[in-house]
Design a protein around this ligand. Structure first.
Ligand code: ARG
Length: 422
């Protein structure tokens, strides 16, 4: 069936960046090697009569074999399959700003997927341009945030490119996709048993969605944890970890200087062993829904609290009061798919200014799923041990000045209390 009669590609377009089926000639497909994008690879060739070039991005997904993914793409008729190792760029340009902004959405989600999408989409734009594609394709559904992040990035960076997201419109369920795969010689792992969790992962963490996770009263089953050791199985002995930061960037682990990617991988390994970084999260999605996700983010579970603690130590009370609001705004923009929004770069300028002081070392103690800060040291700490121990020192502080301060500090509150209680 040509695209002219296809019910799938004949969907009306609602946005200007969506592709006109008649103008889809060569497609850059973001390819993971999984069922959705493999079916898509074949389906785009058949439905649109278009050529497909694949791009697979390495953001540090544990255990991925990129030669296998590439071989699969070529076997399914891709003109080419580029594999880009973007781990360094991801760590330096996306995770570092997130660390400086103590980035957690909804109080618990360290945004690993949200941080990865704009980079993946930016690389897709570059690959599309260099390989003469007119259209970008991705495997996001119409229910999630990822479509927002990818479409918004492509529409921002490359207004000349169009987007197709077949899963949003093809109305194949998993069973139909498996049937389609069988029919078209696409290898299917796991047969027709229970659908797998929907997984996304990278250096900074791993998410699972779907199946029983959608039942809010269903406690996590053990098999969902593929990265972090379940706390009850973690070692009986606690472990101490020292993380050193230079201007907000983690630079050493237990005294050993490491590149960012290696440091994050090492932190993840230690955290995973001790069962830390499990987050069972109900999320307010930007597309309206509330969704439950189970996250395993062992590196973030060490690095973020250490960073926050050090930042707190080197900042004044006023900076500390203020920054949390900006941190929350930063996390929301990134969660909401607006990585390229100028407010984000404006906020980064503030984050950088604060983080210029965030140098020092934080000690953590890990034990069966818990992380606790135990030691702090920084040349920039706004802290004077002599003052804290009540000695009169340095001429900065006189205890006899306190009563006068208290009289003025409490003045309005005292007046208001009297008005209400007399
Ligand atoms: N809920 C998270 C987010 O919106 C994780 C999404 C994971 N993506 C996926 N395709 N499984 O960022």
């Amino acid at each position: 069936m040509s695209h002219a009669e296809s019910p799938h590609t004949a969907q009306p377009r609602t946005a200007s960046y969506e592709a006109d089926p008649d103008r889809v000639h060569r497609v850059l497909l973001l390819y993971s090697g999984g069922l959705d994008t493999s079916v898509m690879l074949k389906w785009i060739q058949d439905e649109y009569g278009a050529e497909v070039v694949c791009l697979t991005v390495n953001l540090g997904q544990p255990g991925e074999d990129y030669d296998v993914v590439r071989g699969k793409a070529l076997a399914l008729g891709a003109r080419d399959c580029h594999v880009v190792d973007a781990r360094e760029e991801f760590a330096a340009e996306y995770l570092v700003p997130a660390i400086k902004a103590n980035a957690l959405y909804g109080g618990g989600y360290p945004l690993f997927t949200a941080l990865g999408r704009p980079l993946i989409a930016k690389l897709a734009v570059q690959a599309a341009r260099s390989s003469g594609c007119d259209t970008n394709a991705h495997g996001c559904t119409g229910k999630g945030n990822d479509q927002v992040r990818i479409d918004a990035t492509v529409a921002t960076l490359a207004p000349e490119l169009r987007v197709i997201a077949p899963v949003r419109s093809w109305q194949m369920g998993r069973e139909e996709e498996i049937a389609y795969a069988r029919e078209h010689g696409i290898p299917v792992k796991g047969g027709t048993e229970a659908a797998p969790y929907s997984i996304d992962d990278n250096l900074w963490g791993r998410s699972s969605e779907g199946r029983w996770i959608e039942d809010l009263d269903h406690a996590p089953e053990d098999d969902v944890f593929q990265l972090v050791t379940r706390p009850e199985l973690a070692p009986e002995e606690p472990e101490e970890v020292q993380i050193e930061f230079d201007a907000g960037v983690p630079v050493a682990l237990n005294g050993e200087r490491l590149g960012l990617v290696a440091l994050i991988e090492r932190a993840a390994e230690i955290g995973a062993r001790h069962g830390v970084g499990i987050v069972d999260h109900i999320e307010d999605r930007i597309v309206g829904l509330k969704v439950r996700d189970i996250y395993e983010a062992p590196a973030a579970a060490l690095i973020l609290p250490a960073h926050r603690e050090l930042e707190h130590l080197v900042c004044t009370i006023h900076q500390n009061q203020f920054k949390g609001d900006l941190d929350r705004q930063w996390a929301f923009l990134v969660y909401a798919g607006l990585w390229w929004e100028p407010l984000r770069t404006d906020l980064d300028a503030y984050m950088d200014a604060v983080n210029a002081q965030v140098t020092g070392t934080i000690g953590l103690k890990l034990y069966k799923g818990h992380v606790r800060v135990t030691t702090r040291s920084s040349p920039n700490a706004v802290y004077d041990a002599a003052l804290a121990t009540f000695a009169e020192s340095g001429g900065l502080f006189s205890q006899t000045a306190s009563p006068g301060f208290i009289e003025l500090w409490s003045l309005q509150s005292r007046m208001a209390w009297r008005l209400r209680n007399s």
